[in-house]
Design a protein around this ligand. Structure first.
Ligand SMILES: Cc1cc2nc3c(=O)[nH]c(=O)nc-3n(C[C@H](O)[C@H](O)[C@H](O)COP(=O)(O)OP(=O)(O)OC[C@H]3O[C@@H](n4cnc5c(N)ncnc54)[C@H](O)[C@@H]3O)c2cc1C
Length: 481
């Protein structure tokens, strides 16, 4: 009889593990507390607007292709990724802008406008982060244990990966203009960390953005979890929605999941729910002293008409980005003058809104709820106003007048809806001490047959690494069966 695997959570990580293992012949059941799949990659549909509420950038498309080919499926039968001609526009507080294009020559022209002769510096910068990427990429499909640190063949990695340098320092080496340094390191915020603190090897995100380019799945980001759920169902995975797992325990040779409806015994259990939450609440263990990523405050706006001056992805940088990041990551203060991101997917994909209308999804990084002890409601109105005013100033449009539909998502909603510890949107932070060997591994050190896949485990957060974590878990289970 085939082995039974139970998965806690139908986020992208859980769906990807389910598809892989069911394809390999395991008998897989998924328990999800919400009524639908996707986890943080969720969707709100309201009056003809389709708001993707979480991820908005598709980077590293090869990671998405990998899971489809692993399952002997053609990705084109499930998803249509289109490359964006304009990657994003950055709005600086002094009125300047910088646009990054798919066409590298156009991007270089933009950089040279801010810093003459920076085109050759850009080539050298891309070459350096490209070398980091080539070293890091194979590691993204590996699970390291702390004991691997004793392996001398891995020691040289520390020098090769320039662990003594920060993401910011790599950019600063090539460009004098701080606006360019910000433009080439802001991607650290994709994983919820500050570029001033994050190790240089995370600059591979800038590399994949600039070299492998940015994609959009037609129909919206939610098509991704939907496609993975479909594959899983084609292989016979059983989904138990609205079934929260309350406890994970061990009995004889099985692992038991306790839900409100009863108990389920499985030969293997994969936890896709947030790692820190699962340790504390499901396994009843003491939480190590983790560092958490930032949280975010989100506005999803359905607009009566088209927005002018925006690209698909837009970034607004505050006057003092360093102070802004310090407030979020060190001081636990909601910045009064925040940097923020505006996603207008209808630029590429008009199917996401009624004809002639636009979506504006605004993401504002704020401290996580371990750092921030105040009341968010006391700062919310001011924060929202500052952002809407900044958009008005940059584009000459009063966004407030255009709003037809509005939804909001607060830091505490990440706890209430997804069980994410401290509402830390991106899970455990990607500090040096929480990367590779030091990040929670994909297997449990104490309990045999218990595994972890998702943003807070190895290799890390973001859709491509989460999909890689599902491969690591599937391979570990196969190897140990
Ligand atoms: C606002 C935002 C923007 C982002 N932008 C990007 C981007 O542009 N590009 C990118 O690649 N990534 C982005 N990310 C990161 C990416 O979305 C996440 O890394 C990824 O979706 C996490 O997937 P996961 O499977 O690890 O976890 P989750 O999505 O959190 O899934 C875990 C699932 O477990 C369920 N669960 C929890 N507890 C229980 C329980 N006790 N019983 C049963 N079920 C349970 C939850 O409900 C959830 O469905 C973004 C994330 C957010 C929130």
């Amino acid at each position: 009889m085939s082995k039974k695997v139970a998965i806690v959570g139908a986020g992208v990580g859980g769906l990807a593990v389910a598809s892989r293992l069911a394809h390999r012949g395991y008998n897989v059941e998924v328990f999800e507390r919400l009524p639908e799949c996707g986890g943080r990659a969720h969707i709100i549909e309201d009056r003809g607007f389709k708001f993707d509420t979480g991820p908005s950038f598709v980077l590293m498309p090869d990671f998405f292709e990998e899971i489809f080919s692993y399952c002997h499926k053609d990705i084109k039968d499930y998803l249509r990724f289109v490359p964006l001609d304009t990657h994003y526009r950055i709005f600086y507080p002094d009125g300047d802008t910088l646009t990054v294009y798919k066409d590298t020559e156009r991007t270089k022209q933009e950089l040279c406008r801010l810093e003459p002769r920076s085109a050759s510096s850009y080539d050298k910068f891309i070459q350096e982060i490209g070398e980091l990427y080539r070293r890091v990429r194979p590691l993204l499909y590996s699970c390291f244990a702390k004991k691997d640190l004793l392996n001398p063949s891995l020691w040289s990695l520390a020098t090769q990966l320039k662990i003594h340098k920060s993401y910011w320092q790599i950019a600063e080496k090539y460009f004098k203009n701080k606006k360019i340094c910000y433009a080439l390191t802001f991607e650290a915020m994709f994983i919820g960390v500050s570029p001033f603190r994050t190790p240089s090897f995370y600059s591979i995100i800038t590399y994949v953005d600039h070299v492998q380019k940015i994609y959009h799945p037609l129909g919206g980001m939610y098509e991704i979890p939907r496609a993975l759920e479909k594959i899983a169902q084609e292989f016979g995975v059983i989904f138990h929605y609205r079934q929260e797992v309350k406890k994970i325990s061990v009995s004889n040779h099985s692992i038991i999941l306790k839900t409100k409806r009863g108990e389920c015994a499985a030969d293997r259990v994969v936890v896709n729910a947030d790692y820190a939450y699962a340790l504390k609440e499901l396994l009843k263990r003491k939480l190590p002293k983790f560092t958490y990523s930032c949280s975010v405050y989100l506005l999803y706006l359905g607009l009566k008409s088209k927005l002018k001056g925006f690209e698909h992805h837009n970034l607004f940088f505050s006057r003092d980005l360093r102070k802004n990041l310090q407030q979020i990551f060190d001081d636990g203060i909601v910045p009064q003058e925040p940097s923020f991101y505006v996603h207008v997917p209808t630029v590429t994909d008009p199917s996401l809104a009624p004809s002639g209308k636009d979506i504006a999804y605004i993401l504002i990084p704020v401290p996580n709820l371990k750092k921030f002890r105040g009341s968010f409601s006391s700062v919310e109105a001011q924060l929202r106003k500052v952002v809407i005013d900044a958009i008005c100033q940059a584009t000459g449009q009063n966004l407030e007048d255009l709003i037809e539909v509005e939804h909001r998502f607060y830091p505490e909603d990440f706890i209430k809806r997804y069980n994410v510890q401290y509402g830390a949107t991106f899970g455990l932070a990607h500090t040096f001490m929480q990367s590779a060997f030091f990040r929670p591994p994909n297997f449990d050190g104490k309990q045999k047959n218990l595994y972890f896949a998702g943003a807070s485990t190895q290799p890390g957060g973001g859709l491509p690494p989460v999909i890689a974590s599902s491969r690591i878990v599937a391979d570990l289970i196969e190897r140990r069966t």
